[in-house]
Structures are given as structure tokens and as C-alpha cells.
Ligand binder design. Structure first.
Ligand SMILES: *Cc1c(COP(=O)(O)O)cnc(C)c1O
Length: 364
């Protein structure tokens, strides 16, 4: 049996070693005679899994002592609501609009906050990250989307916000490279891109932002203090997903941690961008200086939209036959997109480039 190279934006590839380890422990975890799927979250066997996973998050992300690590549900999308519900004080927040996920976060926050969109790259079709300089004002917090999964852009530099807590959606770049957690008030990530299967959201929150006075009538499940008090066990956590996250984190640790991932990811992304930039047939869509290491959207240079559409469909179909799957661009952007998260090996990117070269020759 052979595995394909899966370029999906999420859920996405997991390291083969992780899948094999999970498979080997599927029916009998560590001599318990049970799968992790079957055991109580309060059992003696599960507790160390939770503790190990949290300890690895802290070690690999270098999380300072005064931050809590939470394992929640509802995806990154629920954080779009939990952030304003828990951080609202005066009622004003600053958001930067860098794409579809940022827009969704802005829309959700608007239900409780007066939202100032202090910068936007909408005019450039989100091909770059706007320059915001230093963010200041009477904001309860400022929000950015660190890596824009759909447009393939990334903040190269974290904006300064002084005493305003900076909140960042890091769903599609968590642990892809080192990140200074101390610059942020809250970091959150749906796990299904770089950390685990779908079902768990990693939240890292500075202790002074954990309030017992959220917006009135905020449901218990949507309060950070609920989950902090109960160690992410207020209700049943997604046990199996947390277990697989632990295995993925061990794999990251073994492969050099965040620095190791950065090296690996830079090599993969540079190879693909270099190829695209030199190609007479293809072009990357994100601007230099704002390019993502994780999601690389690209198009052919065909300018007739109808012809381009035919070529794109042909590219995606033929790539799939060659074992390179999920290369269609996001429905809102078109073209193609290669998501090359931590688990994508360099060989996968080499295979993609070889295929692209062959396709270009045959279709130019
Ligand atoms: C995928 C993604 C989301 C949505 O995540 P869910 O866990 O499905 O809610 C939000 N933000 C970014 C940047 C993403 O890539």
C-alpha cells in the first residue's frame, strides 16, 4: 500500500510515525487492555497523557509560567466568540483584516464589541500583510491572524501593541517555527492543521486575562475561567485527539522542536517559491515579504479566466492520479494551493515540483 502526498489545508497530513504508533496502541494502550478512545478522561491511564501533552506544548513553544494552556472544543471558530466574550471591558477592539478567517473573526466580535478594523489588505486581494506600525488606542485587545491559510500570507513581524493584549489566530502556523509567546495575550489554534486530527483547539492565555467577569450570561462552556479551574476537564475533553496531539508533539521534539520545524519548513517553502518565481508557466499569488511557509497558493499564467479554469481542473485531476492530492485552491480564490504543514516531507514538495514541470511542458 502506498500513501499519497496530501496537500490539504486541513484536516491535513499527520507524520506516518505518529499514525503507526497510534495504530499499534489502538486496541491496548500501555497494557491497560483498552484503547485511549474508550477510557475515562478521569482515569489513571489518561491523566498522564493530558499532562504530557501540556508539558510538551509548554516546552516546545517555550510558554512562560504566567500563561495557562487549555484544550478546548469548537475549533478556532469558537475562539472568534470566546475572545470578545471574555476580554470585553470598555467594549472596543482593534482587528486587522488579512483574509477570510480574519473577516469571520471580525464579524463574530462585532456582536459584542465596537470593532475598529485598523488595517486591511482587502484592496490587494489579500496578497500581502498591511503595515500597521505600533497599535495604540483604548482597545480591550488587538487581534491578528498570524498565518492566512486561504491567501497564503503570514505576518513576518509581530506588531507592537504596548499594554494592549495581542490576540492571534495561529491555527495554520502553530509550531511551524519559533514564536515569542510573551508578546501575546491569547494564542489559539484549531489542531487539525499542524498538531492533531480535528476536535481540539489549543488555547494559550496569559493569566491576567482570565476573568470572572465576562460578558453577562456567557455560557459556562465559553468562559476561559471555567476551563482553567477544571484543567480543561470541566466536561469530557476530546481525549483521543489530545493523545494524538501528544504523539505529534513528541515527533516535533524528536525533529528539533520549533527550530527544527522552521528549518524543515523553510527548505520546503523556499524550494517551491523559487520554482514558482522562476517559472514561465506558473506564479505564486502572495507577495514577497508576506509569504506563508505553510500554504502556498499559485496560478498558471493563463489570463483567459475560462481557459484558466479548464487548466486548473486538469492540473488538480492529473496531480491526484500522480498521488498528489487536494491541490485545488480555495473556492473563493481559485487556482491551486499546496499546504505544506510540518508533516509534509521534503520529498512531497520535490514530487510536486517534478509533476508541475511535466504538466507545464505538456500544457504550455
Ligand atoms: C482553519 C482555520 C480556522 C477555522 O478553524 P476551525 O477549527 O475549523 O474552526 C480559523 N482560522 C484559521 C487561520 C484557519 O486556518
Amino acid at each position: 500500500m502506498s500513501r499519497v502526498y496530501n496537500f490539504s489545508a486541513g484536516p491535513s497530513m499527520l507524520p506516518l510515525e505518529v499514525l503507526e504508533k497510534a495504530a499499534s496502541e489502538m486496541t491496548d494502550y500501555n497494557g491497560t487492555g483498552q484503547s485511549v478512545m474508550e477510557m475515562s478522561h478521569r482515569s489513571k491511564a489518561f491523566k498522564p497523557i493530558m499532562e504530557k501533552t501540556e508539558a510538551l506544548v509548554r516546552e516546545l513553544m517555550n510558554v512562560p509560567e504566567n500563561y495557562k494552556v487549555l484544550f478546548l472544543q469548537g475549533g478556532a471558530s469558537l475562539q472568534f466568540a470566546m475572545v470578545p466574550l471574555n476580554l470585553k471591558k470598555n467594549g472596543k477592539a482593534a482587528y486587522v483584516n488579512t483574509g477570510v478567517w480574519a473577516e469571520k473573526a471580525i464579524k463574530e466580535a462585532g456582536k459584542w464589541m465596537e470593532v475598529d478594523v485598523i488595517a486591511s489588505s482587502k484592496d490587494s486581494n489579500y496578497r500581502m500583510i498591511p503595515d500597521v506600525g505600533t497599535i495604540s488606542g483604548d482597545y480591550d485587545y488587538a487581534h491578528i491572524t498570524l498565518n492566512n491559510t486561504i491567501m497564503g500570507t503570514k505576518w513576518a513581524k509581530i506588531p507592537e501593541t504596548g499594554s494592549i493584549p495581542l490576540v492571534a489566530d495561529i491555527s495554520s502556523c502553530v509550531l511551524s517555527e519559533p514564536l515569542d509567546v510573551s508578546k501575546f495575550g491569547i494564542l489559539y489554534a484549531g489542531a487539525q492543521k499542524n498538531l492533531a486530527p480535528a476536535g481540539v483547539t489549543l488555547v494559550i492565555i496569559r493569566e491576567d486575562l482570565i476573568t470572572d467577569t465576562p460578558v453577562e450570561n456567557t455560557p459556562a462552556m465559553l468562559r476561559y475561567d471555567t476551563h482553567v479551574k477544571e484543567g480543561s476537564m470541566y466536561n469530557t475533553p476530546p481525549c483521543y485527539t489530545i493523545y494524538v496531539m501528544g504523539l505529534v508533539l513528541e515527533w516535533i521534539q524528536k525533529n528539533g522542536g520549533a527550530e527544527g520545524m522552521a528549518k524543515r519548513n523553510t527548505e520546503k517553502a523556499s524550494m517551491l517559491y523559487d520554482y514558482l518565481d522562476a517559472s514561465p508557466y506558473y506564479a505564486a499569488t502572495a507577495e514577497n515579504g508576506s509569504r506563508s511557509l505553510m500554504n502556498i497558493p499559485f496560478v498558471t499564467k493563463e489570463t483567459d479566466p475560462e481557459k484558466a479554469d479548464v487548466i486548473n481542473k486538469k492540473f488538480v485531476a492529473e496531480a491526484e492520479k500522480a498521488g498528489l492530492v487536494n491541490l485545488a485552491g480555495h473556492r473563493l480564490v481559485g487556482g491551486m494551493r499546496a499546504s505544506i504543514y510540518n508533516a509534509m516531507p521534503l520529498e512531497g514538495v520535490k514530487a510536486l515540483i517534478a509533476f508541475m514541470e511535466k504538466f507545464a511542458k505538456e500544457n504550455a
